[in-house]
Design a protein around this ligand. Structure first.
Ligand SMILES: [Zn+2]
Length: 377
């Protein structure tokens, strides 16, 4: 894991955190907002390390952050003290990670048995609010890092308000979320918002290439995920690249295969099984939905690129590895039809949250893609 000051692509977030620490304006509550896989969690852990460190190191900015003076003092955890080592080992009593699956360890068997739809008030109470108000550990304070904060239920957020507003001495709360708009305004307003930018596509692609992913595939996933390392690594690991290449080719044919829907069903089912095997906590129905969403996103990106190609708008493309096939797809439709396909695919995504039969669903997607016809689900 990179040290706090070595985190790449998030200078504005890091500057904000350094200023808060230096000015003695340490906030009680932070909201780390940004896309998945751009460094929110790494920053949260490294920032926690700094907050809990027994002997933080101080060094001049010296050009590290262009936005700050050269002699501004930057702070980073020492990395060697007992606190730093235990944070990294996951055994520091001062760092508490909060996530919805903690429900399985709740004192109340009813909570343990309940289906985990969101980050419930029971989890927030037992694992965050109660321990926060108990005596702080070892004099260095406590940091609570809430993952997937936007999944907190409304009662959970309301219960947390007082602790967010005025936590006990030494307590810091870091909420990690994708979009702050999904939290209650009252929750948002009590936190210092720290935005995490998407990472540069080149940087993400380079990181993947270093991990052994071929260059064209690395560039594809970096662009497809909009600059998310975490998601790119996962997608590359899901081995969907060959499928996407073949899908682009098939959609570019004058008459796409009649088995298109069947093919989409199969690849989705295979991916869902993989997701379920990787994480048994994910119910098969949720794995199916996530897999369907991933496949739909790939399909949408194909028509998005076709629209860019058809209109010559020069927008950023994802399928830079298959320009000819994308141009052939663009040539099959008017720009207005391509825009209609994209609108229909967006409607399909909404349907995923209803119990629509998989065959009917993918049949409709296939018909939409090949004829720009409206959905009949
Ligand atoms: Zn330390």
């Amino acid at each position: 894991m990179p040290e706090l000051l070595d985190i790449v692509g998030q200078n504005s977030a890091l500057v904000q955190l350094q200023q808060a620490i230096a000015g003695g304006r340490r906030h009680h509550a932070y909201l780390f907002a940004g896309k998945e896989g751009v460094g929110r969690r790494t920053t949260a852990v490294e920032f926690t390390k700094l907050l809990l460190c027994e002997n933080p190191s101080v060094r001049p900015n010296a050009g590290r952050f262009a936005a700050m003076d050269g002699d501004f003092s930057l702070r980073q955890a020492c990395g060697g003290c007992g606190s730093c080592r235990t944070v990294l080992a996951g055994t520091n009593p001062g760092l508490k990670l909060i996530y919805k699956e903690l429900a399985k360890f709740h004192d109340d068997p009813k909570v343990r048995e309940r289906k985990m739809q969101n980050l419930s008030i029971d989890v927030i109470r037992q694992f965050l609010i109660d321990p926060a108000w108990r005596a702080s550990s070892g004099g260095h304070g406590k940091v609570f890092v809430v993952r997937g904060a936007e999944t907190m239920s409304i009662p959970a957020q309301n219960a947390l308000l007082k602790t967010l507003e005025e936590p006990p001495e030494g307590v810091t709360i870091i909420l990690i979320c994708t979009s702050p708009d999904e939290l209650l305004p009252t929750t948002r307003s009590r936190c210092q918002l720290v935005r995490f930018a998407p990472l540069p596509v080149d940087f993400v692609a380079e990181t993947l290439t270093k991990d052994g992913v071929a260059q064209s595939e690395a560039r594809f996933w970096a662009a497809m995920t909009g600059g998310s390392i975490g998601l790119s690594v996962r997608r590359a690991d899901e081995k969907l690249y060959e499928f996407k290449k073949s899908l682009v080719e098939q959609l570019a044919q004058p008459d796409p295969p009649v088995v298109l829907a069947e093919m989409l069903i199969q690849v989705t089912e295979k991916l869902a099984r993989k997701l379920h095997t990787r994480n048994k906590d994910i119910a098969m129905s949720l794995a199916n939905r996530q897999a369907s969403q991933t496949i739909l996103e790939i399909i949408s990106s194909i028509y998005h690129d076709a629209l860019v190609s058809a209109t010559g708008s020069g927008g950023q493309v994802v399928h830079a590895d298959q320009p000819d096939a994308i141009a052939r797809i663009a040539g099959k439709f008017d720009p207005s039809e391509l825009a209609e396909i994209l609108a229909q695919l967006a409607r399909c995504e909404q349907l995923l949250w209803r119990n629509v039969n998989a065959k009917l669903f993918w049949d409709n997607v296939a018909v939409t893609c090949t004829s720009a016809a409206a959905l009949e689900v």
